[in-house]
Write a protein that binds this ligand. Structure first.
Ligand code: MG
Length: 249
């Protein structure tokens, strides 16, 4: 069931999203060679709690942290650890969510640790750009396939591939609501986009093949070929005046 939000609900949700965005920004700013992923998680967690919100991810499906932190060939759902130390040249994807006012804000970004290769930089740039292209396509009266097809075309034209097994999603009182928001698809197909829909758009884009595998920890998803992956995400609202990004710090 797709839940449409009133403008009052959207303004409540925007506060949750701002906290989530602030937590992502704080953790992202701390990415540097030598820091552990547990410390990055602690920074996100502390920011969320200090702003009176709850870390949405903590305990979700049993996930043990406030942020998913996924390095290099890890696509999503990496578990923070004191033993996992960020190295110079790594790309570090951080995904975090905050619950506030009864609403969830969900966002992610990939950060560079020190100097990264031009290839890694290009993957991050194209993935981020594809998110903004997808957001532009999230127009009331359009279809969910307009978003995914835009992201897919943008990335594939630049030589990258789109993960199929994981998608964006509706978000509101729950972190995962209907509809599913794939990063691939056909223009003009799928669920109709309506004012008041709030969705998380989150391209997960691979440098090599689109295939992924889940590790035996039950969470971490990696590329099958060991090549890099990047991940950017915003929670947005579809309005009569166009898409509005809610996860702004
Ligand atoms: Mg999400």
């Amino acid at each position: 069931m797709i839940v449409l939000k009133t403008s009052k609900e959207l303004s409540l949700m925007k506060e949750a999203c701002a906290i989530s965005a602030g937590a992502l920004k704080a953790a992202g700013a701390a990415v540097e060679p030598g820091i552990s992923t547990a410390e990055l998680d602690r920074i996100a967690h502390e920011y969320i709690v200090r702003h009176g919100a709850t870390p949405t991810f903590l305990g979700y499906g049993g996930f043990p942290a406030a942020a998913c932190i996924s390095i290099n060939d890890e696509v999503i759902h990496g578990i923070p650890s004191k033993k996992r130390i960020v190295q110079a040249g790594d790309i570090v994807s951080i995904d975090t969510g905050a619950t506030f006012n009864g609403y969830v804000g969900d966002n992610a970004a990939t950060f560079a640790a020190g100097e990264i290769s031009p290839e890694a930089q290009r993957l991050c740039d194209v993935t981020r750009e594809s998110l903004y292209e997808g957001i532009k396509a999230a127009v009331a009266g359009g279809r969910i396939g307009d978003i995914g097809s835009t992201i897919q075309r943008y990335c594939e034209e630049r030589g990258f591939s789109v993960v199929r097994e994981y998608t964006g999603h509706g978000v509101g009182k729950e972190m995962h609501e209907d509809p599913s928001v794939p990063n691939f698809g056909t223009p003009g197909r799928g669920v109709r986009l309506l004012p008041g829909m709030t969705i998380a758009i989150e391209p997960m884009i691979n440098q090599g093949g689109k295939e992924v595998r889940q590790l035996s920890d039950g969470w971490t998803v990696k590329t099958r070929d060991g090549k890099l992956s990047a991940h950017f995400e915003h929670t947005i609202a579809i309005t009569a005046n166009g898409p509005v990004i809610l996860t702004i710090a």
